[in-house]
Unconditional design. Structure first.
Length: 480
């Protein structure tokens, strides 16, 4: 069990030490005394970079030499492995494990570690963090990239450096923190390519307490699994799941502000007010995707509300639900449109087996009037549905469950997604946009932060006229 009543508190409180919240060194020679002293600090606030989980971005806050808790999130890939020769003797002696997020070391004082070695690292962490409290500092700079070979049926094969992403962090103090993510897609931005340069995140976190923190700037909509956690080693498959691309328009970001925190009982939440979608960009094939304003002089006549609640209180299990709702018809003053999306997801890991699933359903009001308005203006009916929905189920198994470079997982995923699920009166669905797919593949980790992926996807639709193409894909993705 990852979490016991003591163990969970220990993890949190060791993290406080690395962030300068501890007020005294721990120098006792027994594990019992070690725990007692840490438990005395339990009311101190926890610093979190994105505030969504220990395993997500909390570990970015670790100063050099700091002590941090092990990630308890079961949904991150690759699995944690022991550090290589580059890790210090003290880190290895403490049973340190390399965290899969951005190559940081999570140096955990295990109960089996020598007391003297444990005390050495704890004392060093106290000294490092005491010197850094309320001191402005920049870093770490991190990022992720992925490079694809896609061979889609009836098309020429393609090589694509799909994403080059840099993430920047700056702590003004231990309470005020800046995080940014700058992404270049498809290598070149020009009129002849599909390349894009996007500022997907740029926000300030005001870290008040573990249960309540504030955030403002360019933020990610907390909807689904992949939208907030989309680095290549985190998910199986060369491309992101279709449901979290077509139904949930990942990456979904925009200007906004809100609150986030972690409550007792293993509950975490995020709640934001953010820019809404532009209904004039909705389409029959891709649903809401073309309606993202992306923080570029976004129309603020209407503001959307979004939130997510997660339960992580049971080891190996993560359950989540999300909602997004807002008026979307500002481009057509006489047309009232709105969107409400709900989503449910779950992830479970037991040994080498990992299972996850997600269901998303969006309700679009006023689409009949929107379709008619667009047809009058541009002469083409967009045929936007009044409901779109999708779900997927995925299972994976580590057939080589050894530390990298001997770590290999196989996976299978079924997806069903329909951007014409329910049509407004007077409009007929297009069968080609009622789709499902099977994806099979492997993910090999030559390093915990590098993923080599191979998969084959069988795509089907309800159309008897337009065949859905299958595809063979190879990808190389990494983060640091």
């Amino acid at each position: 069990m990852f979490h016991t009543k003591f163990g969970f508190l220990i993890d949190k409180l060791i993290f406080l030490l690395c962030l300068g919240q501890a007020t005294s060194a721990i120098a006792q020679d027994t594990v019992a005394d070690f725990r007692e002293r840490l438990l005395a600090l339990r009311e101190a606030p926890l610093l979190g970079a994105r505030g969504d989980s220990h395993a997500a971005f909390d570990l970015r806050c670790i100063p050099p030499g700091g002590v941090a808790p092990q990630s308890q999130m079961p949904n991150l890939l690759p699995r944690r492995t022991l550090p290589g020769p580059g890790a210090s003797r003290t880190q290895r002696g403490l049973g340190a494990t390399r965290d899969c997020h951005h190559g940081l070391l999570s140096d955990v004082a295990s109960e089996d570690a020598p007391v003297a070695a444990r005390h050495q690292l704890e004392t060093q962490a106290d000294a490092d963090t005491a010197a850094n409290v309320n001191v402005s500092r920049t870093g770490p700079i991190s990022g992720y990239m992925d490079f694809h070979f896609n061979n889609v049926q009836h098309q020429d094969p393609m090589l694509d450096f799909h994403r080059f992403v840099l993430l920047f962090n700056h702590s003004f103090s231990d309470r005020v923190r800046f995080v940014a993510e700058l992404e270049l897609e498809h290598a070149v931005v020009s009129g002849e390519t599909e390349g894009e340069l996007e500022l997907e995140q740029a926000y300030i976190d005001f870290l008040i307490s573990r249960p309540f923190n504030a955030r403002a700037g360019m933020i990610l909509a907390p909807v689904g699994v992949i939208n907030e956690r989309h680095e290549p080693p985190v998910f199986h498959g060369v491309e992101r799941p279709s449901v979290e691309t077509v139904i949930i328009p990942t990456t979904w970001f925009g200007a906004g502000a809100g609150v986030h925190g972690e409550l007792r009982g293993g509950l975490r939440y995020r709640a934001y007010a953010m820019e809404t979608l532009d209904a004039s960009g909705f389409s029959a094939e891709e649903g809401l995707r073309g309606g993202r304003q992306k923080g570029a002089k976004s129309n603020a006549k209407h503001v959307a509300g979004t939130g997510r609640l997660e339960y992580v209180g049971t080891p190996g299990l993560v359950l989540g639900t999300s909602i997004w709702s807002g008026d979307t018809g500002f481009a057509f003053p006489r047309v009232d449109t709105s969107v409400t999306m709900t989503e449910f997801d779950g992830r479970y890991r037991a040994g080498e087996l990992d299972v996850r699933g997600l269901y998303a359903h969006a309700f679009l009001d006023g689409m009949a009037e929107l379709n008619r308005a667009v047809q009058r203006i541009v002469g083409v009916n967009p045929n936007v549905a009044e409901q779109i929905r999708g779900f997927y189920l995925e299972g994976s198994y580590f057939v080589l469950p050894y530390p990298a470079p001997r770590e290999l997982a196989a996976f299978v995923r079924y997806e069903n997604f329909d951007t014409q699920y329910r049509m407004p009166d007077g409009f007929d669905p297009i069968p080609a946009f009622d789709r499902d797919s099977w994806s099979f593949g492997i993910t090999y980790f030559p390093d915990p932060d590098v993923a080599v992926k191979v998969d084959y996807t069988v795509l089907r639709s309800q159309s008897d006229v337009i065949p859905a193409p299958n595809s063979f894909n190879i990808g190389l993705g990494w983060w640091f």
